[in-house]
Design a protein around this ligand. Sequence first.
Ligand code: GDP
Ligand code: ZN
Length: 469
Amino acid sequence: MSPFVSAPIAAIATAPGRGGVGIVRVSGRDLGAFVRGLFQRDLTPRHAHLLPFRDGDGEVLDEGLALFFPAPHSYTGEDVLELQGHGGPAVLRRVLDLCLRAGADLGMRLAEPGEFTQRAFLNDRIDLAQAEAVADLIEATSDAAARGAMASLSGVFSARVTALADRIVHLRMLVEATLDFPEEEIDFLEKYQARPLLQGLRDELDAILAQTRQGVILREGLHVVLAGRPNVGKSSLLNALAGDEVAIVTPIAGTTRDKVVQEIHIEGVPLHVVDTAGLRETDDPVEKIGIGRTWQEIAKADVILHLVDAGAPDEDMDAGIAEKLPRGVPVVKVVNKIDLEAAGGPGHVPGSAQDALALRSQAGIDGTLRISAKTGAGLDRLRKALLDIAGWNPGGESPWLARERHLRALQDASDHLQLATEHAALDDRVLDLFAEELRLAHDSLGSITGRFTSDDLLGEIFSSFCIGK
Ligand code: GDP
Ligand code: ZN
């Protein structure tokens, strides 16, 4: 490790701004002398000391708690000093500068984003999936996401992955021992029950994959775009889903000229709902820009809610929009303002085919949802439909939070176990190929917990952390 990498680091660990308490955190290989330099005394390990924080001239910058965690029993696995003072930006800045000056001869520098956690990973305090969970716990915006992140942080996910990896290693050892003694190669698959063992591994991997998919949904959420012509009630629906006034609702067509994004939660699953400018032919240059952006949003959507107006149908225009929506993205047609219809709008004949259609679609049979953003009718069904489309189905187990990266690694492992199964379906003459696929599956699983990871990937993961974590 280069001296730069192992130099002691310091940072303000609490969020910028003002708060009751602010924390400056220092981590390094051997901070004993540094601590003595700061306080003219030793600190009892893991005890809170109420002390003045003095600079070199003896000026008291702040007074607060100093806690010293000698290696290896600390967050990073190195010596860690925590100074808990008053949570103001200027005072914290001064305490941080004090540390940097006092640690200058050790090469102390400002910590990079996530560097404390990166050191915890490099010193084997936590594995990579747990380190990612630290950031995800901080980012979590719903109870369910926070609970999921905590499950990952406590190692629930890592333990499942590691246990599976160990079972693969066991099978690999059996095969490789056999490969070393060719006379025993005959009947290996039979003798060691390799096929059923492999099937057991694949079943467990499938179970982990299913849970992890739920964890990714819980972390990433779903990008929902509200589309439709002006005045069908897109902004009203966003407000109804969000439960407060976020978008401007007005009876003048073409008001929502820029996009409005609102994060809402349904059963703890985050949904990023984008309200867009109404889609229509226009000569207004500003409105044109809004409509251009709407199409950009539509292109990025995981699901599109295509709103139409039950009170003022315009089938030609709605059909024109429907035609231009991208293929391959789920589109839910949402008929809004059914309250107007129920009141017996113009041309309404009770008991007509129209009513039959309405009943059918209320049952969700033809994939059209009927709602009223005004009265709230049908919104629960809409929420449920959105969760279904997201694939949200956590079953009994509460999911751990997971990332796309984990999903790709599990899928990759699954592909290799599939290939191993195909080799095993032949006979013992391809045992070496069988062994190789097991090795590759094992490596993929190892990338989740960070046993096999590139520096690039580590850099990418930790640079997205906040500073001081
Ligand atoms: P947008 O242009 O698609 O965003 O439509 P708005 O949400 O701005 O709504 C246009 C008008 O329709 C407003 O006057 C709303 O109050 C009204 N509106 C929206 N949803 C409903 C509904 O479900 N029922 C009734 N009766 N009016 C609605
Ligand atoms: Zn609008």
